[in-house]
Design a protein around this ligand. Structure first.
Ligand SMILES: NC(=O)c1ccc[n+]([C@@H]2O[C@H](COP(=O)([O-])OP(=O)(O)OC[C@H]3O[C@@H](n4cnc5c(N)ncnc54)[C@H](O)[C@@H]3O)[C@@H](O)[C@H]2O)c1
Ligand SMILES: O=C(O)[C@H](O)COP(=O)(O)O
Length: 630
């Protein structure tokens, strides 16, 4: 077809993430004293040639002359070049294989290195145009075939012209020699390929910059791995989320922006314009108003356990999926609770502060062992139950209270009421979730039911304890000490001030919401939450989603996936399938999962679709969100 474009790909830093000559230099110079100098000179020549500052043929010969290159070096790179495929090229392998007859590889690189990649991509040898190395009788490289136009300046346009291609020619590459193809009139369009390296002069000469294959296919209207280029999916991560998450999400091709602190409502609304995914921790409030203004938001990830800072219902009614990391910092909180209990029991904080003031205050008064004391755990979920196990191991008696039926671990005893637990405990530790109804769960009445001298820990949420009532109870001596890690008002960033009536009180330990702030926990959270996001974005998988029906999904193989989130009302599936049939699609597989409020349908179909034909799915009554994945 005359209108079908021929896609002409450069090789180095486009189809592979390396520059061949630089890797060959590393191999050939391995162990030599002058390796760094020669390597530096080769890198400089590559950059100058790729930026159009010196002629390509000149640069090629000068670089080869610098290297003691032989056939075994070339073979060593050829053997491992498949591992160096550019990430978005690897994930679009199928596109190359299905369209091999409209693709050409055009490179100043060498045939031995390019051939394995061309073969993997399904591109025939007669569609690969590149240089041929010349070896002497000892297998040393002595140069390149000078008769090949690609060994000199202006070679790429010359080769393209000699092919007399019909239809548009589209050049894709990272270097100046690629830009020259269009500038010399041998290509109709030139895309600067910037996934591996971005050169300003090349981008300036291009019709458009493409940071990935996905973007190229999107711009050319070609069927890629994704219906929407990943680099166009913007993610905003707030509150100092661990870099492991950024790395994972960027490696998958998404565009990630990070900020250190939390944002207030107005700033968050402004920051969320055009953002598809928001990552937060416990501080950022995702309110109905924020969601109403978020024009692109499709998912929120809480890189922590608690999700009370997010309006989950408002998210669900907009089809915004919410994920968290329910277990990744559990152990860290439990260890801190144990440490704080011992610290309170022994009045360590005050004794240490006195020492810092130069006071030696050796005394056993009021200092007690954990052994044999009763720990009352309020909220026997993931954290509460793990604390139960560790506390028993230290010799404590454990009682607990939970609104739900929970398995009592070890010798822990369930208490039918909170009051009964309060009356019996020497230490009370709060591990309830952050639901609104838990506001002031521990107030003046509850404090008055505790034994005189009881110790109180709160590592759950700040609003669970009435701070005024606690201040009084500590002042009166009813409460013998308290450790608080969470507060009704917490500073948004480390530069904002903290204030509380509890400051300066005897045997009161205040920590800045660090229960889950360990290196281990933060890295584990980053990996877990990022994986959940990737599962949702890449496959539609909602495992561990806290506000939409959970559906565990494998990758789609050999088909296309259509995702539809709707209000749970009668007739949606039937209407959806009518529209799919009208669009001429054959359903390969379909999952429907509902909860009382929302339905989630995942449909895999067996062949390409016209995106326009499927827009009708948006009009199905009850639709909250509709997404074409592939
Ligand atoms: N300080 C920190 O850094 C930190 C770190 C992680 C988690 N947390 C907080 O810890 C809390 C617990 O986390 P989790 O992972 O154990 O949660 P979880 O959901 O596994 O457990 C919470 C338990 O509390 C129970 N519960 C809720 N309200 C109750 C009430 N009024 N009375 C009795 N039981 C009640 C629930 O039924 C549930 O079993 C959450 O608030 C979480 O946000 C704080
Ligand atoms: O819910 C949580 O996991 C904790 O409160 C920790 O929150 P953070 O990530 O803001 O420290």
């Amino acid at each position: 077809m005359a209108d079908t474009p021929t896609l002409v790909f450069d090789f180095d830093s486009t189809l592979v993430r390396v520059e061949t000559l630089e890797v060959l230099a590393d191999i050939a110079l391995d162990g030599r004293a002058d390796a760094t100098d020669i390597r530096g000179e080769i890198g400089r020549l590559t950059d100058q040639a790729m930026a159009g500052e010196i002629a390509f043929g000149d640069a090629l010969r000068r670089r080869l002359a610098l290297l003691p290159l032989n056939q075994s070096h070339v073979t060593a790179l050829a053997d491992r070049i498949l591992e160096e495929g550019t990430p978005s090229v690897r994930r679009n392998l199928r596109f190359f294989q299905d369209n091999a007859d409209r693709i050409i590889i055009l490179s100043g690189g060498f045939r031995e290195i390019i051939a394995p990649i061309a073969q993997r991509l399904g591109i025939a040898a007669d569609r690969v145009f590149c240089n041929d190395l010349i070896y002497d009788a000892e297998d040393q490289v002595v140069g390149v075939d000078d008769s090949n136009p690609l060994s000199r300046a202006g070679g790429k346009p010359e080769v393209i012209r000699s092919l007399h291609l019909t239809g548009p020619v589209v050049m894709i590459g990272d270097g100046w020699t690629d830009a020259e193809v269009k500038l010399a009139g041998a290509a109709d369009r030139f895309y600067a390929y910037t996934e591996i390296v971005r050169r300003e002069a090349v981008v300036a000469a291009a019709d458009a910059e493409v940071p990935s294959m996905d973007e190229l296919l999107h711009l050319e209207g070609l069927p890629g791995r994704w219906s929407y280029p990943r680099a166009r999916v913007r993610m905003l991560l707030l509150e100092n989320i661990h870099p492991a998450a950024v790395m994972r999400l960027e490696e998958a091709g998404y565009t990630v922006e990070t900020r250190k602190g939390a944002l207030d409502e107005d700033d968050l609304i402004a920051a969320l314009k055009g953002v598809h995914v928001l990552g937060i921790r416990s501080k950022t409030q995702v309110s109905e108003r924020v969601l109403a203004e978020a024009d692109r938001l499709m998912a929120v990830a809480a890189f922590c356990i608690g999700t009370n800072q997010i309006d989950l219902d408002a998210c669900a009614t907009r089809g915004v999926a919410v994920f968290n990391a329910p277990y990744s910092n559990t152990r860290s909180v439990v260890e801190l609770a144990i440490g704080l209990t011992i610290t309170l029991m022994r009045d360590v904080a005050d004794k240490s502060a006195a020492m810092h003031r130069g006071q030696w205050n050796k005394s056993a008064d009021g200092s007690r062992e954990l052994r044999g004391k009763t720990l009352g755990i309020v909220g026997y979920g993931a954290i509460g139950s793990q604390l139960s196990v560790l506390a028993e191991a230290l010799g404590m008696r454990v009682v607990f209270h939970d609104l739900s039926e929970r398995l009592a671990l070890g010798n822990a005893r369930r208490m039918r009421s909170l009051d009964a637990l309060l009356a019996e405990s020497d230490v009370v530790s709060l591990h309830v979730d952050g639901r609104k109804e838990n506001e002031n769960l521990i107030g003046a009445a509850q404090l008055s039911r505790m034994k005189t001298g009881t110790l109180l820990l709160n590592l759950s949420r700040g609003h669970v304890v009435d701070i005024g009532a606690l201040t009084q109870a500590i002042g009166s001596g009813r409460i013998g000490g308290a450790a608080l890690d969470v507060f009704p008002e917490e500073p948004r960033t480390n530069s904002d001030p903290f204030d509380s009536p509890l400051m300066g009180l005897k045997n009161v330990i205040l920590t800045p919401h660090i229960g889950g702030s360990t290196e281990e926990a933060q890295e584990a959270i980053a990996e877990f939450a990022a994986d959940r996001l990737l599962g949702y974005l890449n496959r539609g998988d909602t495992t561990f989603c806290v506000n939409l029906p959970n559906v565990q999904l494998a990758d789609v193989s050999g088909g296309h996936r259509i995702l539809h989130i709707h209000r749970n009302q009668p007739g949606v599936l039937a209407e959806l399938n009518r529209e799919l049939t009208t669009a001429g699609l054959n359903i390969l597989g379909q999952h429907l999962k509902t909860d009382e409020r929302t339905g989630y349908v995942i449909t895999d179909v067996d062949h390409g679709y016209e995106p326009e034909a499927l827009r009708a799915l948006k009009t199905v009554a009850g639709t909250l969100r509709f997404r074409l994945l592939h």
